[in-house]
Ligand binder design. Sequence first.
Ligand code: OAD
Length: 247
Amino acid sequence: MSKHDLKIVAEKLRTAASVAVLTGAGISAESGLATFRDPDGLWQQFRPEELANVNAFLSNPSLVQLWYQSRRRASVEAEPNPGHLALVQLQQRWNSFTLITQNVDGLHKRAGSTNVIELHGNILRNYCIDCRREATLSLDASEISRCLVCGGLIRPDVVWFGEQLPPAAISRAYDAASSADAFLSIGTSAVVFPAADLPIAAKRNGSFVVEINTEETAISSMVDVSLRGQAGAVLPALLRTLDEVTV
Ligand code: OAD
């Protein structure tokens, strides 16, 4: 990340009336939560087809529930990092600021962000696959969890492969992306659709699109500026630069 690029982004942000942000697992990496596709990512150690789809759950509910229990505990034990906190401060500078996340760890809301769209659900919520009632799961539950009302299996309220995103969430996300003057894509490999289409939709509608990532990604060639580095360092640096250009 160069000072020059930070300044270009800060100048664009300064004149933007509306801002939308898309985050992925990379923003929570500095809180100690594994990403999916990095060399030490979850999909290098586990097979999505055995854990993150409804057929896997129906054929081995206990394995899937245990895996989500361990991720749920990790999410609860993790703390928001300087990247999450910088987004809370950024939000305070715009009336129109939408934070769209693919993350299910709840860290943006715990950091204090509001107007958060959780595209892939939230790992802390659970529901019964039969009666659809929300269910509370103890973090230590190790037996197969069943609904106290109807006995159905309890699953995490996250979007699995092959499932639709919550329609209201994706519709709000598209509205925010396509009307944003500036769009930040942070810590996502941008390969999972429809989330990965949001920066493209923003660009198509004339938004200034910035990527913040440690590595090159699928959208690097189409963004206006790539700020390379850890989100927990780049976002606070962007805040400081924004202060410099607004004085
Ligand atoms: P990925 O694991 O695909 O990508 C994480 C991105 O974060 C990579 O591009 C890394 O280079 C980058 N990264 C890692 N550490 C970083 C840091 N400290 N600062 C900035 N960038 C960093 O995760 P997602 O793009 O979020 O879906 O994955 C999208 C979806 O795929 C997930 O929501 C999940 C998964 O399958 C479902 O479970 C439905």
